[in-house]
Design a protein around this ligand. Structure first.
Ligand code: NAD
Length: 415
C-alpha cells in the first residue's frame, strides 16, 4: 500500500474495525467504494479573452445517513483519488458526529493564486452549472475547503439559485452571514478541535491554559486554531507556519500581530521577535500539542520519529500517513484523529442548513454551545470505547462511525 494514498488509508481504517463489527464482505465492498463519481472538464473564459479548461471532480461517497456533504477544494495538485479519500472520510465524520448526512467531496485542479477575482468567480459558477443535477439541499451540499472561502460559496449558491429559479440558501454552507451563513462557521473547525483537545487534556489532569502549541498551516483552520487557542483557551502558541515556512518564539507569539504581518507581507515568516523555521522543524518542536492544520501527509514514516509532542490533534484531513499513525501509536503519542477533531466545520455547516430550512438565525452563543455539546459527546464516546477495547482513538472513532452507517444500511435493506 502507498502510505501517502489517503483513500487507501481510509479504507484500511475501515477494514481495521470490520472484524469487531462482523461485517460481511458485501457490506464491506459497498463501504469501500464510492456510490457516485463525477469527473468533468470545465471551459472558463479568462481575462485575456481565451478559454481555459479546468478538470473538476465531485465524489458522493455514501448517502446512507442522508444527503451527502463535503467541501470543495481549489488546488493545483488535486486528484480524483485524494477527493475520493476525503469523501470517504466525510462519510465517517458525519456518522461519528451523529449528523443526518452522508459524505462527499469536490475539487478543481487550479491554482487560485494565479486567477483574478473575476476568473475565480466564473470558475465557481461554471462548476455549479456542470454539477447542478447532482447538487442541492436534499442531494449534496458543498462547503469551503482548501483555497475556497465564504465568497466562493456565495457565488456558487447564487449560481445554483439562478438555475433553480429561487433563492436556495440550503444548497451550500460556509456562506457569508449576510447570505444565510451561520455565526461561528468560519472558526468552527478550529473551535470544535479545541473542545476535543480540552477534553483530552482534562483526562490527563491538564488544562489548555497550561499548554504549549505548534500549528502547521495558517489558513482558515490554522489561523483560527492559533487565535482561539491563545484568546479563548489560554494556550501558549509558540509556532505557526504556512506554505512558505514557519516562525517560532518559545515565549509565545501574538497571533493578532502575526495575522497583520501575514496580511501585509503575504507570509508568516520574518515576524519580528521570532525565529524562522522550516515546516519540518516545526513538527519536531518540544510542545504539549502539535496541530497539523494544512494538508494531508504532513507526517509520514520519514519524519514521524521527529515528533516530540505527546498529543497530535489532526485539524487537517489525513495529515498523518497510515505508517506515521502506527509509529506515533507505538511511541505512546495520543493522536486525536481527523474525523473526531475537525468535525466542528461540518457540524456548524449542518447547523447552517437547519437555520436555512427554518428561516432562522442563531446567536453565536447558541451555535458555540451546541457545537461544544456535540464535540464533547463524540470525544467521550470515542475515548470510552478506546479505553474499553484498548485500541487507538482512531480505531474507536471508525468503529462507532461504521457501525452507525451499517445499521442504517440494514434498515434500508442494503445489507
Ligand atoms: P486554507 O486554504 O484556508 O489553508 C491552508 C493552509 O495550509 C494555508 O495557510 C497554506 O499556506 C498552508 N499550506 C499549504 N501547503 C502547506 C505546506 N506544504 N506546509 C505548510 N503549510 C501549508 O484551508 P483550510 O480550510 O484551513 O483547510 C486546512 C485543512 O483542514 C485541510 O486538510 C482541510 O481539508 C481541513 N478541514 C477544513 C475545514 C474547513 O472548515 N475549512 C473543515 C475540516 C477540515
Amino acid at each position: 500500500m502507498d502510505e501517502m494514498n489517503l483513500f487507501e488509508s481510509v479504507k484500511k481504517n475501515l477494514c481495521s474495525c470490520s472484524a469487531d463489527l462482523s461485517l460481511d464482505e458485501n457490506v464491506e465492498a459497498l463501504l469501500k467504494n464510492p456510490q457516485r463519481e463525477i469527473s468533468v472538464s470545465i471551459p472558463v473564459r479568462m481575462d485575456n479573452g481565451k478559454i481555459r479548461v479546468f478538470q473538476a471532480f465531485r465524489v458522493q461517497y455514501n448517502d446512507t445517513l442522508g444527503p451527502t456533504k463535503g467541501g470543495i477544494r481549489f488546488h493545483p495538485s488535486e486528484t480524483i483519488d485524494t477527493i475520493r479519500g476525503l469523501a470517504a472520510l466525510m462519510t465517517w465524520k458525519c456518522s461519528l458526529h451523529n449528523l443526518p448526512l452522508g459524505g462527499s467531496k469536490g475539487g478543481v485542479v487550479c491554482n487560485p493564486r494565479d486567477l483574478s477575482t473575476g476568473e475565480r468567480e466564473r470558475l465557481s459558477r461554471s462548476y455549479v452549472q456542470v454539477m447542478y443535477p447532482y447538487l442541492g439541499p436534499d442531494r449534496d451540499i458543498p462547503a469551503p475547503d482548501v483555497y475556497t472561502d465564504a465568497q466562493t460559496m456565495a457565488w456558487m449558491m447564487d449560481e445554483y439559485s439562478r438555475i433553480a429559479g429561487k433563492t436556495t440558501f440550503g444548497s451550500f454552507t460556509g456562506k457569508p452571514v449576510s447570505l444565510g451563513g451561520s455565526e461561528g462557521r468560519e472558526e468552527a473547525t478550529a473551535r470544535g478541535g479545541w473542545y476535543v483537545i480540552r477534553e483530552a487534556l482534562q483526562e490527563r489532569g491538564m488544562e489548555t491554559g497550561q499548554s504549549t502549541v505548534a500549528i502547521q498551516g495558517f489558513g482558515n483552520v490554522g489561523s483560527h486554531a492559533a487565535l482561539l487557542g491563545q484568546e479563548v483557551f489560554g494556550a501558549r502558541v509558540v509556532a505557526v507556519s504556512d506554505s512558505t515556512g514557519g516562525i517560532y518564539n518559545p515565549e509565545g507569539l501574538s497571533i493578532r500581530q502575526v495575522l497583520a504581518h501575514k496580511k501585509k507581507s503575504g507570509s508568516v515568516r520574518n515576524f519580528p521577535g521570532a525565529s524562522n523555521l522550516t515546516n519540518e522543524e516545526l513538527l519536531a518542536l518540544p510542545v504539549d500539542i502539535l496541530i497539523p492544520a494544512a494538508l494531508e501527509n504532513a507526517i509520514t514514516s520519514s519524519n514521524a520519529k521527529l515528533v516530540r509532542a505527546p498529543i497530535v490533534a489532526e485539524f487537517a484531513n489525513g495529515p498523518l500517513s497510515h505508517d506515521a499513525d502506527d509509529i506515533l501509536f507505538d511511541s505512546g503519542t495520543t493522536v486525536l484523529p481527523d474525523l473526531l477533531a475537525n468535525g466542528g466545520g461540518v457540524i456548524v455547516s449542518y447547523f447552517e442548513m437547519v437555520q436555512n430550512f427554518n428561516m432562522d438565525h442563531w446567536d453565536a452563543s447558541i451555535v458555540n454551545q451546541r457545537l461544544e455539546n456535540k464535540m464533547k459527546d463524540a470525544y467521550q464516546a470515542v475515548s470510552r470505547l478506546a479505553e474499553r477495547n484498548n485500541v487507538p482513538l482512531r480505531k474507536a472513532a471508525y468503529t462507532i462511525a461504521v457501525a452507525r452507517v451499517v445499521n442504517a444500511m440494514r434498515m434500508r435493506g442494503w445489507a
